[in-house]
Each structure stands twice: as structure tokens, then as C-alpha cells.
Write a protein that binds this ligand. Structure first.
Ligand code: ZN
Length: 186
């Protein structure tokens, strides 16, 4: 098991779009394994590759630790694209391993259809609703350099200014490995 340091808000790589990959080589297999280990160690249910410093378009999700979702198997999304978003939106509270200790209510489409490659690079489609749709959209945003704190209203954002600065400057305790202050500044 290998734990990778998780990038925190302020790390530039979280703001850069990830790149689609054309094959799953040994290095990528290793990255996916390490992403699952890193996510589970931090009690997360979703993780995007740029949260561990990689620019690959990869997401791992495992919601089976959540009540009522025990039957949903861990999923790896490679090169994902959301091809349908329901008009109906719902509000749910979200958190993020790259923004520790902060939770906000975020409005997003209730249902989505996502197209992606599996680890054999075979094209797959998945319809998701509820928590799975929520986590998938949150992680998909990461791949495009978007964080959930971008989606909240101005007033909420103002309230977060100080706590977010504490994270950027590492003036908080995190229970899992994170990047050093200067590691991903560029
Ligand atoms: Zn996140």
C-alpha cells in the first residue's frame, strides 16, 4: 500500500485541466491502486488524479462505505465525460479531501450519464443518481480544475476566506498525508 500526499487548495495543479490518456500502462495501474489506498486512508469516497499530483484524466470512487450504497462496487473512470445532466437539481452537502474540514451545500443536477473508459480502455456508460451522481460530478469538476467552493454564492465564499487561507498556508492539522506548502506552487 502506498499513500500519496494529497494536494490542497492553493496547489496550482488542482486548477489545471487533466489530460486524456490513450492506454493504461504499468505506471497508470500503480497510480490507480495508490489512489484507492490514499482515498480510503483519508476516509474519502472519491479522488481525482490531480489531487495526488498527476495530470491524468482519472477518477476513483468507492461509495460502498456509505449506508445504502454497500452494493456499489468501486469504480475507476478514465477520460470521463458527462453526456447528460438532468434539469432537476438538488442541494447536498459536500466536502473535499483537498479542502479539509470545510463542508458546504452545493446545488447540482440530480442525475447524470457519464461516458468513460474502464481500465481495459473499453468505452462504458453509467447512469448515476443520488450520492453516486454527486460524487462523480464533484470529481469530474476536479479534472477540469474546478473545486466545489467555486460553486457556492458570494456571501458563503466571503465566510470561507479565512479558513481557506489557513489550509493554503498549512496552518491546520490534517489526519492524512498532504503536500508541502511549496510542492505544487507552479
Ligand atoms: Zn474534492
Amino acid at each position: 500500500m502506498a499513500l500519496l500526499p494529497i494536494t490542497l487548495i492553493g496547489d496550482k495543479i488542482l486548477r489545471r485541466k487533466t489530460k486524456k490518456i490513450t492506454d493504461v500502462d504499468i505506471e497508470t495501474v500503480e497510480l490507480i491502486k495508490n489512489m484507492f489506498d490514499t482515498m480510503r486512508n483519508a476516509n474519502g469516497i472519491g479522488l481525482a488524479a490531480n489531487q495526488v499530483g498527476s495530470d491524468k484524466s482519472i477518477i476513483v470512487i468507492d461509495v460502498s462505505v456509505v449506508e445504502e450504497y454497500e452494493n456499489i462496487k468501486p469504480i475507476v473512470f478514465i477520460n470521463p465525460e458527462i453526456i447528460y445532466r438532468s434539469e432537476e437539481k438538488i442541494i447536498m452537502e459536500e466536502g473535499c479531501l483537498s479542502i479539509p474540514d470545510i463542508r458546504c451545500e452545493v446545488e447540482r443536477p440530480k442525475e447524470i450519464v457519464i461516458k468513460f473508459n474502464d481500465t481495459q480502455m473499453k468505452e462504458q456508460k453509467l447512469e448515476a443518481s443520488g450520492l453516486l451522481a454527486r460524487v462523480t460530478q464533484h470529481e469530474f469538476d476536479h479534472l477540469n480544475g474546478v473545486l466545489f467552493t467555486d460553486l457556492i454564492d458570494q456571501l458563503e465564499k466571503k465566510k470561507l476566506r479565512k479558513p481557506l487561507n489557513r489550509i493554503r498556508t498549512r496552518k491546520l492539522e490534517v489526519t492524512y498525508p498532504v503536500t508541502e506548502d511549496s510542492e505544487y506552487r507552479l
